[in-house]
Ligand binder design. Sequence first.
Ligand code: ADP
Ligand code: GN1
Ligand code: MG
Length: 359
Amino acid sequence: MQILRIPEAFRLEEKVVAAERFGNGHINDTWKLYVEGGLPKYVLQRINHHIFKDVDLLQSNISKVTSHIRAKLTERGEMDIDRKALRFLQTMDGKTYHFDGESYWRICLLIPRSMSYDSITPALSYSAGKAFGDFHQMLSDMPEDELGETIPDFHNMEFRLRQFEDALQADPAGRKKEVAGLIGEIGLRAKAMCIQEELYREGKLKKRINHCDTKVNNILFDEAGSVLCVIDLDTVMPGFVLSDMGDFIRTGANTGAEDDEDLSRVEVDMDIFKAYAQGYMEEAASFLTPVEIGLLPYGGRLLTYMQTVRFLTDYINGDTYYKIHHPHHNLQRTKAQFKLLQSLEAHATEMDNFIKQWI
Ligand code: ADP
Ligand code: GN1
Ligand code: MG
């Protein structure tokens, strides 16, 4: 495939002369595009349409969210909007994505002099908390049904457990026997990890617009460590606020890697958690309910448990969802996530007590 042919379908101000792979996401493929003079100017992404099946809905969600955020930034008098919000470019026929008969493509401006991190310091974590708090705040007046679910039931734990049960029933790769211990651990926690769906049915927990992929590397910082913007908007959709606190704790407050082969490195980093919670609550305390606030540390356990279940489901299914880099990668990821869950469980009281100051 000739990657340099794709930008020709878009209305770009400058001609693209080179492309280089970018990022390490598990779902989409990303390239940095260079223009004449050697400057990186655009970001090209191939949307994984096996996972995001409704590309129209996906791109329409992203347009609504970026327009809403741009309007808020303008109201605030922000000058540098193209570094504070993503800007997607239109195709020659005025669409937000290009279909080449096989794949779906989109292009946005590369935010100059920006960087993302895979692990962070307490100071960056505090800024990240403020960034996601502000993201929620800016979207808090958008009616929840304005956006569709780009992946139905994406962070619904009951649904993820049903998918897990289906994988166990089918056992298509014959791997179930080998992971009996982990299956037992998941079963033990299943009921306690479905509280949010129960509270929703009882009318005690509401849905809001969430990012649903609050990984550390989905925030761009400038050279001085200030937040520029939140990126990777594919999964922005209605959901529970626990998701966004939870996924940051899972990815930012881990002393090891998401797939660490040395489990002794994997622990919750309480300083990162506290700094994030501080930054987040400074922005979000005004609109969250006491129930939502009290459950934020539980969100960390929930999202880590959910990711354990999702990685193990994919391993049992024979690695059909996440990109893997070696044959047992999903199992290694599962074990590392489970170790993090155990560490979060050991620190649950300390985390709950820290959050109580905002209730
Ligand atoms: P993925 O779904 O693969 O995680 P992302 O949209 O998060 O895709 O992009 C992957 C990485 O590329 C990000 O972590 C970030 O480092 C970089 N990136 C993405 N978009 C931009 C942008 N507009 N400007 C600068 N860097 C970007
Ligand atoms: C995927 O796109 P990426 O790699 O940031 C996944 C998340 C998981 C994450 C695990 C659409 O995110 O839900 O938490 O991998 N995205 C999708 O690292 O499934
Ligand atoms: Mg990303």
